[in-house]
Ligand binder design. Sequence first.
Ligand SMILES: [Zn+2]
Length: 415
Amino acid sequence: MIIRARAILTMDGSPIENGAVAISGNRIIDVGSFPEVSARHSEQEIVDLGEQALLPGFINAHCHLDYTCLRGQIPPQKSFADWIRAINAEKARLSAQDYVASIAEGFAEAKRFGTTTIANLTAFPELIARIDPLIRTWWFAELIDVRSPERVNELVDLAVKSLKPAANWGLAPHAPFTASKDLYRRCEEVARCENVLLTTHLAESREEMSMFRDGAGPLYEFMKEIGRDMSDCGDQTPLDRFLGTVRDSSTALRSARNDKKAVRNDAGWIVAHLNELAESDFELLETFRGKFHVVHSPRSHDYFAHSAFAFERLRDLGFNLCLGTDSLASNENLSLFAEMRAFRRGEPAVSPKEVLEMVTVNGGRALGRPQILGRIRANYFADLIAIPCRGITDVFEEILAFDEPVHWIMLNGKT
Ligand SMILES: [Zn+2]
């Protein structure tokens, strides 16, 4: 099949005017100007999308579809610890069936807004088998061992059993304040053996910083109250705590190289947030230049009124920066168009093309699939969306301004 459009945004160089993409099965096999592509594949059926721009489907690099049903339910709280209390109270009212319905609703909404790939954290991996994901999905089991740190292996093994039937999966020790060092290490071991991905929340709130650095504050008090071992608090930043954990475990793994399977996955952690960084953290990040991926969620960030996201400094340190919606407990919808606009309001100097890269190319890199996800290029997945374009302004500006459901979506070669 050949798809013709007024403009093709391949994410490699400038848009192709009067362009075309040839598709075979679930892959792109050719892209270029319409006359060239149609001559090279003359026997193929042609679908003309007319006055539209064709671009890669979007990649949401961080979200929790579990909480789609909590949209608008939790007003901003005066502390992050209070917000955790509030969401825990909401969660206590939900049944497994509610979560299945919530996740299904989330997939449908994400797809409506042109998202074709999603990194979805779930606290209920046992529900995965009951859900049709609708779009390309990396399922991450969100793991918390704060109440049972002695059961790390059992917790991880149980999650892995539910995750394995999924096409793409990974592990998500929740955050340094809810996941023990042992849990992080066990997740790293399993990820390396199984060649799967890792993600975590890090340095999200000011309270997480004061908990680890000062051994004080509302989150410190809350976690202490629920019985967390607080002996790692008082003399380090959240980033210190995280990098200390993963550095220790990679050293341990290097010394255990006789396990041949243990070295395949070097894709790097997908780190959500990274809002609260001390100056000493930036010095530390110098030594980890580009070693992991960072997901920023601008609207959730605004909802919580976190400190400004250090976009330029992190970009200059070579980190791969992506966008995610986070959950609807702290955001109003699953539109990455709206997420790009919110990002741009805070960073008006960043070009619309670079913003678009954060939901396409950069997402593909974070998911360890830079050769098949996030561009329109031969051999990439045929995950495409079309957006009306009038050519009045810059086409990338038009994409960012788009504010409606996406009417034409191709996923895995199928519309
Ligand atoms: Zn999150």
